[in-house]
Design a protein around this ligand. Sequence first.
Ligand code: GLY
Length: 347
Amino acid sequence: MITHNDLLVNDLEQFLTENQVRRAVIIADREVCQLHGNFFRSFPCNYCTYPLKVSETKKNWQEIEKIMKFMLREKITTDTWLVNVGGGVICDMGSLSATLYKRGMHVLNIPTTLLSMIDAAWGGKTGVNMSKVKNAIGTYNNDYHVFIDISFLKTLPAKELWSAVGEMFKYALIADKNLWKKLGTLPTSEKMINMEMIPYDWIQTCIEIKQHFVLQDFRDTGIRRVLNAGHTLGHAIESLCANKNILTHGHAVALGLIAEAYISAKQRFLPMNTAKEIKSKILPLFPAPRLSSRDKTIMYHLIENDKKNNHGKICLPLIQEIGKCSPLQYTLREEILEAFSFLEESG
Ligand code: GLY
């Protein structure tokens, strides 16, 4: 059985030597290339780099074609490892290219954002967007390893660190009451956050939780769906606010957790007092945008089209208690609209 320890690389040079990696193709976030020149200069094997300007709109099939044509030009063979250096978009796109190129290459993820260290670098999902559908094209790839170097976080904007905190709240709510308590020690504003406030053992805990669910359900048909807690309603908020560029992914997930805690309480999975406790802990850190009734209707329609729905019903994980979550539950229009209102009510 693969555990997260088997996948975690402790010493990069030793790992590359042990695996007889003579050449690597590095798919890298262009900004990371500029900020972390030393990392690339001292990369311990022969390599070529494909720098990519990262954005959600660049996460498309045309870019995958460009990556693969680059690899053909560079005469990359399948004994070359594909190394992703960047955040979630890079890990998803590079890994998709790796699974397709000449029927498969080994992957090493080197996540450079806190969010990708605790999420996208793990679990083997690859993908790009198509026709505005997020990750419409993708594969599952279990041929990957992860090397974590937290010195990349030194140049990460506070806003991005804060986004990862939103995902940390998710891990705490679905699986770890202790982490929930520890997160209570954080400042209440992204303006006061720095990486010293996020101990490495919190990162480790999140990875362990992710791997705990991934290893039971790699292809995401059951228990792994708890990792989507906060994401069904959160994605709708994120999409609604996308043009205004005001909410990070983690911020939207944090708001989604509050709204979904309300639905959990409405369905008597969770006492309403606990839903209120969740709200009182998360909302001061991640304030909700003002939502008009038109906004709520738009978000409901986005949720109706969520790819995780089953049999025409809106499917989402519901929180049972702090540290426990049930996947594959259902909800109704009324509950969703009320959940968005719950975000705005005081108390
Ligand atoms: N990010 C959710 C998953 O990997 O299943």
